[in-house]
Design a protein around this ligand. Structure first.
Ligand SMILES: Cc1cc2nc3c(=O)[nH]c(=O)nc-3n(C[C@H](O)[C@H](O)[C@H](O)COP(=O)(O)OP(=O)(O)OC[C@H]3O[C@@H](n4cnc5c(N)ncnc54)[C@H](O)[C@@H]3O)c2cc1C
Length: 299
């Protein structure tokens, strides 16, 4: 059966795309192997009516919504390949099944690489986070750390200062700061520690202390890190979508890529802010673009 759209990735971007396409009476299949970026966290904040919801509950509610639309199929399969054959897109699952459609939405998200500090994954999503708009409120006025491994951490520190003035900036041994930046942090009372971190100490994911290689120790209740992002899936490369001058996939306001029939939504498009509500809105826009383009082709 030739579907209208194959959606790959069932985070907020893919789920909202499926909802809008279902409501537009389109035959779609949504593939999702359920490994979202926010699986490490207990609650997701900043989405009106869903503030503080657990990511698992958000997904369950979304799946309930989709069950109302009989033209939307949801599959837990991982898509391992996607290719275009004469203007038709074929997705192949890990089990070797092929599905064909007139369009494809890539909403596969990103993978994060955290600063190279032993044990950091034990704390990420519980007391260490990457986005102050998502988790700053819960950490407000607490003694916090910025664990930096990228120059952007200076800008992150300026933002986080809005949530807590009790800040320590750790470069983990890297020469990340210009002298002027170091001065500006110190003028604000932010301690700058440029020694390598030896260990993060805490329990159940809740940070308590940071030990440095020179023996220095500092008490901290949590903080923020600067993860590096890469595409969670190589599928985008298989479709040979053009990248822009920043090296991210070129797209229009609705998520249309340089390859007609291929759309991107959510974190996949590397366009900040990376938030659930933004990803869902992206999914909505990509779905509207898919439907518009199919209407234009058919009417
Ligand atoms: C620790 C942490 C806390 C956060 N807190 C918040 C918060 O409080 N508020 C907020 O708004 N945002 C928060 N975020 C950000 C938010 O989680 C993301 O911006 C959002 O989930 C992006 O949605 P998405 O649909 O683009 O991608 P994702 O949610 O990552 O979903 C992508 C999905 O695609 C699937 N997939 C990938 N490849 C394939 C494939 N080949 N086949 C099948 N399926 C595939 C994945 O398994 C995954 O389920 C947080 C993120 C992190 C890491």
């Amino acid at each position: 059966m030739l579907l209208d759209c194959i959606i790959i990735g069932g985070g907020p971007a893919g789920l909202n795309a499926a909802l809008v396409l279902g409501r537009a009476r389109r035959n779609v299949i949504l593939f999702d192997d359920n490994k979202p970026r926010n699986a490490v966290t207990q609650q997701s904040n900043g989405f009106i009516t869903r503030d503080g919801v657990a990511p698992t509950e958000f997904r369950e509610l979304a799946h309930q919504d989709l069950r109302k639309y009989s033209t939307v199929l949801v599959s837990p399969a991982k898509v391992t390949a996607v290719r275009q054959i004469n203007g038709i897109f074929q997705a192949t699952t890990e089990q070797g099944y092929n599905f064909v459609a007139r369009s494809v939405i890539l909403a596969t998200g990103v993978r994060e690489t955290l600063p190279a500090v032993r044990g950091i994954h034990d704390y990420y999503g519980k007391s260490l986070f990457s986005c102050p708009y998502c988790d700053g409120w819960e950490l407000r006025d607490k003694p916090l750390v910025i664990i930096a491994d990228h120059e952007s951490a200076f800008f992150l520190a300026k933002k986080v200062y809005n949530w807590s003035k009790d800040l320590v900036f750790c470069t983990n041994g890297l020469p990340l700061l210009h002298p002027q930046q170091r001065d500006r942090l110190r003028q604000r009372g932010i301690a700058v520690i440029e020694t390598k971190i030896a260990a993060l100490i805490g329990a159940g994911g809740m940070l308590k202390q940071i030990h440095f290689e020179d023996g220095f120790k500092v008490e901290r209740a949590g903080g923020f890190v600067t993860p590096q992002w890469t595409h969670a899936s190589p599928l985008i490369d298989m479709l040979a979508c053009r990248s822009d001058e920043m090296g991210v996939v070129a797209k229009d306001h609705y998520g249309r890529t340089s390859v007609p029939g291929v759309y991107v939504a959510g974190d996949t498009s590397f366009q900040p802010p990376a938030q659930v509500i933004v990803a869902a809105a992206d999914g909505c826009k990509a779905a509207i673009a898919v439907n518009t383009d199919l209407v234009e082709a058919d009417f």
